[in-house]
Design a protein around this ligand. Structure first.
Ligand SMILES: Cc1cc2nc3c(=O)[nH]c(=O)nc-3n(C[C@H](O)[C@H](O)[C@H](O)COP(=O)(O)OP(=O)(O)OC[C@H]3O[C@@H](n4cnc5c(N)ncnc54)[C@H](O)[C@@H]3O)c2cc1C
Length: 322
């Protein structure tokens, strides 16, 4: 029988030191929602778990008009969904958190762990495929990527990431000797890979400390929609976040991001360009949505996602203006 050591770290420095001392056998735990699954699925087999839950510095939601929003890594999805400042100023993020997983999971799942979770691809999660270290049956990937999918059809599992990217979020990490760095979330998330221990730019011996979002202007409108097969909790067919800055009734700047359609959430620059300088109505929103799906490369089993994505983009643009 293998043994497992459990340590309640009291500070970020202590957690970093423990992770640095044994980068392969030691693993951090936040809410434990994905970690427990990964252990059960035989994807990770830690000998030591560093529990982050007692580190006060990783907690807290702070908002300031001048600097924006700071989310401690241990902020739960339920806290994000229920926070009044976030609901008022970053509604697409609040909606994304509110629609992730189930109420029980949202109460435990943290934003740090959510961004660091591994993909939900059947072939990745099923131990029968671990030996192959690759996606067997790529063409069967009915929930997989419809863009940028020549190397992998796995998609990043985080749905809050879609909204965070649309708000221009950055991730902050701490490493050895107090070394801290900030990384744009767009650079932090990496395409999922069977052969890497994680799908982010986090190093083995680093702790994610917080996520920051820039301040939001008064003329910002935003919306988020997660499209699922069923109304009860489910992983998305796609999700879309739209953040628009308006001036004199026209779109001055647009950020549109879609998740679950590419290995990492995809910025829809063609849709953004189609909106800038224009007043939004049904036909402008439809044109922008059409622009996004041009060039999609679905597999045999997931071409159904293309028209769904187009519809969700159009509706989410209109919802942002409602
Ligand atoms: C039924 C079901 C439905 C779900 N639906 C959704 C959904 O719709 N959308 C969605 O986004 N997610 C969904 N999830 C996934 C769930 O949201 C994640 O498992 C959860 O957010 C992970 O957060 P955690 O705090 O529990 O992370 P943990 O499981 O504790 O950690 C995850 C990983 O991150 C590492 N880690 C955690 N925090 C830190 C840190 N601060 N520094 C360094 N490393 C760290 C851990 O070592 C581990 O590798 C679903 C899960 C289930 C079971």
């Amino acid at each position: 029988m293998s043994t497992l050591q459990w340590i309640d770290a009291k500070s970020v420095d202590e957690a970093v030191a423990l992770l640095s001392a044994d980068a392969h056998g030691t693993i951090a735990k936040a809410g434990g929602m994905d970690l427990l699954d990964l252990i059960k699925e035989g994807i990770v087999a830690p000998t030591r778990i560093v529990n982050l839950q007692h580190i006060d510095a990783l907690r807290g939601v702070q908002f300031a008009q001048a600097t924006g929003l700071r989310l401690g890594a241990l902020t739960t999805l339920a806290e994000i969904a229920g926070n009044s400042s976030i609901r008022e100023r970053y509604p697409a993020l609040a909606e994304a958190a509110a629609h992730a997983a189930t109420p029980q999971i949202r109460n435990a799942a943290t934003i740090g762990g959510n961004l660091l979770q591994r993909p939900r691809c059947w072939y990745f999660r099923n131990e029968l495929f671990h030996a192959a270290r690759q996606e067997v049956g790529r063409e069967q990937a009915q929930y997989g990527a419809i863009f940028d999918n020549s190397k992998t059809t796995m998609v990043h599992a985080s749905t809050p990431a879609t909204a965070l990217l649309a708000y221009g979020a950055s991730v902050h990490v701490a490493g050895k000797s107090g070394k801290a760095r900030a990384i744009a979330l767009s650079d932090f998330l990496l395409p999922p890979d069977f052969n890497r221990p994680r799908d982010t730019a986090l190093a083995n011996d680093e702790v994610l400390t917080h996520v920051s979002l820039p301040a939001i202007g008064a003329n910002t409108r935003a919306a988020y929609h997660k499209q699922t097969e069923r109304d009860s909790y489910d992983w998305p067919i796609c999700d879309v976040a739209v953040v628009l800055t308006l001036a004199n009734g026209k779109v001055e700047a647009a950020k549109i991001v879609a998740g679950a359609v590419a290995p990492v959430p995809r910025r829809l620059t063609a849709s953004e360009k189609a909106l800038v300088g224009r007043e939004i109505d049904e036909s402008v929103a439809a044109e922008a949505a059409r622009a996004a799906v041009r060039g999609a490369t679905p597999t045999e089993k997931n071409s159904y996602k293309v028209p769904i994505l187009e519809t969700v983009i159009r509706r989410t643009i209109l919802a942002a203006m409602a």
